[in-house]
Write a protein that binds this ligand. Structure first.
Ligand code: NAD
Length: 249
């Protein structure tokens, strides 16, 4: 199925985990994809995988925390593809520090990498989307909607991502720009796999008891694809939990 045929999508965090799977799924569904990440080697292997599958995908190495990075990404999108229709803001970094163990530097880092980068990219999206509108999909977390021990600056940043999502949905809906977020539960990716294997997240797995397993990147990528497509044309402002029922039951 080619639900994203004719759409141009920017996917951040595309070198690894959820972002990588999302970039590949968008491509497979017909989108022109600009895959952005700071990890050059990860992007290289993504491009190779996309080429093997015969899908079009362009990569761009960029640290999104750098000033004007977002603007540069949209400039590249314009020169390679033209006007963008979709932004999947997936780049981010998890943490595991409670408030008393969090330094000011830690706090600034997690806010910067999870919230500021998301905001700057979303701001560029609403500046660059065409007359038909577009879809911004941010990445929140179960940590934004339920209290989970030991991740103070991360949870704060992801909570703010959901608030930003609602606010921008309200402001830009009249231009047919939809702004939603996905809130993954525990998903096995290069970021979480070592801790999952070490049993560090066992209590989280049991919390998603309606579907008692760890999520896969594909479980989340499909939801990004839905929110990118016209199948979700009347949905905006939501933070959609993709967590096996952890935060929803
Ligand atoms: P991952 O580490 O596998 O992938 C994240 C990617 O983002 C990496 O390739 C990394 O290089 C990139 N990135 C980080 N900082 C960047 C920057 N400054 N500029 C450009 N790229 C940058 O992680 P993942 O598990 O796939 O997580 C993806 C997103 O999903 C994150 O926002 C994360 O917070 C969120 N999330 C993950 C889980 C989970 O259980 N895996 C749960 C909830 C939310």
């Amino acid at each position: 199925a080619q639900q994203l045929l004719g759409k141009t999508a920017i996917v951040t965090g595309a070198a690894s985990g959820i972002g990588r799977e999302t970039a590949l799924l968008f491509s497979a569904r017909g989108a022109r994809v600009l895959a952005v990440d700071l990890a050059a080697d990860g992007l290289e292997s993504l491009a190779a995988q996309a080429a093997e599958q015969g899908v079009p995908l362009v990569t761009h190495v960029q640290d999104l925390r750098v000033e004007h990075a977002a603007q540069q990404v949209f400039d590249v999108c314009h020169s390679r593809f033209g006007v963008p229709d979709v932004l999947a803001n997936i780049a981010g970094r998890g943490g595991d520090k409670s408030a008393d163990a969090t330094t000011d530097e830690d706090f600034d880092f997690f806010v910067s990498v999870n919230l500021t980068t998301t905001f700057r990219m979303a701001r560029q999206a609403v500046l660059h989307f065409g007359e038909g509108g577009g879809s911004v999909i941010n990445t929140s977390s179960t940590f934004a909607v339920v209290g989970v021990g030991g991740s103070a600056p991360y949870s704060a940043a992801k909570g703010a991502v959901s608030s930003l999502t609602r606010q921008m949905a309200a402001d830009y809906g009249p231009r047919n720009i939809r702004v939603n977020a996905v809130a993954p539960g525990l998903i096995e990716t290069p970021a979480t796999a070592p801790k999952i294997r070490a049993g560090q997240f066992d209590d989280m797995v049991t919390k998603s008891r309606p579907l008692p397993r760890v999520g896969r990147p594909r479980d989340v990528a499909g939801v990004f694809a839905f929110l990118a497509s016209d199948d979700s044309s009347f949905i905006t402002g939501v933070t959609l939990p993709v967590c096996g029922g952890w935060s929803t039951t």
